[in-house]
Write a protein that binds this ligand. Structure first.
Ligand code: SAM
Length: 389
């Protein structure tokens, strides 16, 4: 039975609002908002619900999940794929989500380089040999800046009807606070981390001595993991591969990968910039034509006919080269010249491109430019055709 469903049944007498599992996830989300880690891995990620929630945290650029049960991971992993909206409006940040099938008892280079590792209700599912290897794998090998471990607090169990002896049939143990804290402090000492204890699911009034229903240890690495130390580790494991010990890595297999569209990718940036430039040019053209229409109507009763250059254009677009010196759009024949400097001055375009050179590079072969490349050339006819249609 799903662990969270079973837990909710147990906690019927003691109603947690929101449900306990949501409080655990919220605890992690709050930590993420506070510390802004870029790379987060969830060990024992099950149906990937926490990963799914974390993909909306804009500071995260790499998300990874690991679980020993491939099927449970695959159940809802489609939720981790980009949606059509992600393609229509690519985010500024890059985001890659991967899922790995394997055990926390094995070292694998795919689990290196994370800032935060979460192990929510995982350790109590580990067999003794796995639990023994766990500290060396997570704190010695992966060595992230922060690790969060949550596990049931057995002191709370008498308040949960039907718990015999554990909250879930797959639990190998459930620790009281002293047991968990002694295990955690020992790890912190051995691997140079500090640890603080807290929890979610507060006890009812008058029963405070039992502590939180879920106990949590938050570990912070005391030393700074230099890039060279990280590279050394990676190199060591890569050289093991080269020596032919492939079997070492057969324990962890990638089962899912999604790369989200991002403006950091030149391809998506170009699409976004071109569409913003075309839109901006249309707005500028419309304003200019409206202005010319109203000027024309002031001095004549006849039908509107755009055949002249704007007053400004007469000053500055007698030769196309002069467009460069002019910030204002102008009409010449049946086209409008819109200086790129004008387009670049629009906040959205400016923010997307950063520099004028970048704007030019991204749009040069995607829109029509004047012969000197200083202005965008937009057809007036197109405007009237659009209106007629
Ligand atoms: N972290 C999730 C949450 O909070 O909703 C799910 C926790 S679930 C109770 C425990 C998960 O740990 C299961 O999905 C199980 O398959 C996984 N698990 C058990 N032993 C594991 C191991 N050695 N390595 C990786 N995952 C393991």
């Amino acid at each position: 039975m799903d662990k969270n469903v079973q837990e909710e049944r147990f906690t019927e007498m003691i109603k947690f609002t929101p449900p306990l599992y949501k409080q655990r996830y919220q605890f992690i989300k709050d930590l993420v908002w506070k510390y802004k880690p870029k790379k987060v891995a969830d060990l024992g990620c099950a149906d990937c619900t926490l990963l799914w929630m974390l993909k909306f945290c804009s500071c995260i650029e790499v998300l990874a999940g690991l679980d020993i049960c491939e099927n449970v991971m695959k159940e809802k992993m489609h939720r981790l794929s980009p949606l059509p909206g992600d393609y229509l409006q690519p985010a500024e940040r890059s985001l890659t989500v991967t899922l790995h099938h394997g055990s926390v008892a094995h070292k694998d280079p795919c689990m290196l380089g994370f800032d935060l590792i979460t192990c929510i209700e995982l350790i109590e599912h580990l067999e003794e040999p796995e639990l023994e290897k766990f500290p060396e794998v997570v704190f010695g090998f992966m060595a992230p800046a922060m690790v969060v471990i949550s596990t049931p607090n057995s002191e709370f169990n008498p308040l949960l009807p039907g718990v015999t002896p554990f909250r879930h049939p797959d639990h190998k143990f459930e620790w009281n606070r002293a047991e968990f804290q002694s295990w955690a402090l020992n790890i912190a000492r051995s691997y140079d981390y500090s640890v603080e204890f807290t929890g979610v699911g507060p006890p009812p009034t008058g029963m405070e001595e039992v502590g939180f229903c879920t106990q949590i240890g938050v570990f912070i690495r005391k030393y700074s993991q230099t890039k060279s130390l990280f590279n050394k580790k990676l190199l060591r494991y890569k050289s093991v591969i080269m020596m032919g010990f492939f079997y070492v890595f057969l324990y962890v297999v990638k089962v899912f990968k999604a790369v989200y569209p991002s403006l950091k990718d030149e391809k998506y940036l170009q699409i976004a910039v071109v569409s913003e430039v075309v839109f901006t040019a249309q707005v500028i053209k419309r304003n200019l034509l409206d202005h010319l229409h109203s000027e024309h109507e002031e001095y004549s009763d006849g039908p509107v006919e755009i055949k002249s250059k704007s007053q400004h254009s007469e000053n500055c677009v007698s030769e196309e080269l002069a467009v460069e010196k002019c910030m204002e759009p102008s009409v010449s024949g049946n086209v409008v010249y819109i200086p790129l400097t004008k387009i670049f001055s629009f906040p959205k375009v400016n923010q997307l491109c950063g520099t004028f050179e970048k704007l030019y590079k991204l749009i040069a072969d995607k829109v029509t430019l004047s012969s000197d490349g200083s202005a965008m050339v937009v057809d007036i006819e197109q405007e009237y055709e659009e209106e007629e249609n």
